[in-house]
Design a protein around this ligand. Structure first.
Ligand code: FAD
Length: 417
């Protein structure tokens, strides 16, 4: 590995990361620095999807990072994935966020499903089906996405998804509309959450179905513009599903298992945070390098001798260490049936990472000054990308606060009369 690479965000010795985990995280860090960083500005400017990054990730095995080793993947667990994803987010937020959507289709069906209490026949059928998905990824570099969001309260986990799957012979007929479908137009499979609903049956969140819908099927289309503030290279346009026949084999989880996963393994929603942990580190790294006069492409002017800069960097350092410590603890606690404290800590970690990434980026711009926010440098992109973190459902910064406040003050079932 070249000596010029940045140090890991989480030093293996200090954070007790074992050799196998550290190797995967190093792979992501080198890939981010050498492959993603040079391509990030162009895709951000043009709001184009970096398909070549995904082709190269396939070559490196990174599309299969969470696929079990017996199925040909790299076998990363939840925590290792999070740490690797943070390293990618440091160099290209949009690629890391899009990669997260892809990886979750394997992490949730893999290590996470393995931690759930499934019946024997559920486990057998699930093992068989997921092997098909894994083979597509390992052998062909297939890209999966994760369009869950809809206009309305479904993505927040409050009501059943409006996208519906009607059971028919051999599969389902799916109708609906998903907004903010990252990787739209680029994914080979859309990992859609929808409500399984027979004629005359009421819509219920318990009947949420997680389906991989092949992009090539009749009735699948992508529509709308994509010209957002940040995370521009995710190309999160609108996905329309009109009378799409989806074979039963495309189920990513057996009937009713997604609902059980969301209730028993809440950390599954923490997977949107690693990208932003990486962006927080990137804002800090940039500031230190800039004040030392070491940012490539800028004159070697030092600004570090001013006490105002030293205080600003010290404050950033404190905020970054606080963010890292809480987040590391939370990702280390991901498991089925976590304690109440662990769930509250996961909300606190998500809120902290999402808000602090942008606070650090804003402070970096204020501290480094006007020349640092020119489009020729990555800082303004880090600032815009990091602004998106608080908006990611189901655990937006607001929803984390809402739940933390309520669940701290009320035990399950408690009411004020
Ligand atoms: C760059 C980017 C990429 C994305 N990629 C994907 C993707 O790949 N797949 C996907 O499914 N989604 C994706 N999203 C969508 C994201 O998760 C949200 O669904 C989207 O931002 C919702 O926006 P909205 O304005 O419709 O939210 P609204 O539903 O209008 O909510 C606005 C705000 O109100 C608050 N709020 C909403 N509901 C509640 C509630 N029940 N209780 C309390 N507060 C509430 C939240 O804080 C929320 O931010 C992406 C978003 C961005 C910005």
């Amino acid at each position: 590995m070249p000596l010029s690479l940045d140090a890991p965000i989480f030093a293996p010795d200090a954070f007790r990361i074992d050799n196998a985990q550290a190797k995967l995280i190093d792979k992501a860090r080198a890939f981010g620095a050498e492959v993603l960083a040079p391509r990030a500005a162009k895709h951000d400017r043009d709001a184009t999807f970096p398909i070549e990054n995904f082709r190269d990730m396939h070559g490196e095995g990174l599309l299969a990072i969470c696929i079990p080793t017996e199925d040909g993947g790299l076998g990363a667990d939840f925590k290792t994935y999070c740490l690797a994803a943070a390293e990618l987010g440091r160099y290209c937020g949009a690629t890391a966020l899009s990669w997260n959507m892809h990886v979750c289709s394997t992490l949730w069906t893999g290590a996470l499903a393995d931690a759930l209490d499934l019946a024997k026949d559920e486990r057998t059928i699930h093992a068989e089906r997921r092997r098909t998905h894994y083979r597509r990824i390992v052998e062909n570099g297939a890209i999966y996405s994760q369009p869950f969001s809809e206009v309305g309260a479904a993505a927040a986990g409050v009501v059943a998804f409006g996208t519906e799957a009607r059971p028919v012979k051999g599969g389902f007929v799916v109708n609906g509309k998903k907004i903010f479908a990252s990787l739209s137009g680029a994914a080979d499979y859309y990992g859609v959450l929808c409500t399984e609903r027979s004629e005359g049956e009421d819509a219920s969140r318990r009947n949420t179905l997680y389906l991989a819908i092949p992009a090539s099927l009749d009735g699948v289309s992508v529509t709308g513009d994509w010209d957002p503030l940040g995370m521009r290279a995710t190309v999160s346009r609108t996905l329309l599903l009109k009378d799409v026949f989806v074979p039963e084999g495309e189920m990513l989880m057996p009937h009713g298992v997604y609902f059980r996963a969301a209730s028993t393994f809440p950390h599954m929603f923490l997977t949107l945070s690693p990208t932003y942990m990486g962006l927080a580190q990137a804002a800090y790294d940039f500031t230190v390098a800039y004040l030392r006069g070491e940012v490539p492409g800028t004159p070697p002017v030092k600004r570090r001798m001013f006490p105002t800069k030293q205080i600003a960097v010290a404050e950033m350092h404190v905020m970054l260490e606080q963010t890292k410590a809480l987040w590391f603890q939370a990702i280390s606690e991901a498991r089925a049936n976590p304690s109440r404290d662990q769930v509250l800590r996961a909300y606190a970690a998500q809120h902290t990472v999402m808000e602090n990434a942008n606070a650090l980026a804003a402070k970096a711009i204020r501290t480094c000054g006007g020349q640092a926010m020119l489009k020729s440098l990555p800082l303004e992109r880090i600032y815009r990308d990091s602004r998106c973190g608080s908006l990611m459902l189901p655990w937006t910064a607001e929803i984390c606060l809402d739940r933390l406040g309520r669940e701290t003050l009320y035990r399950p079932g408690e009411k004020d009369d």
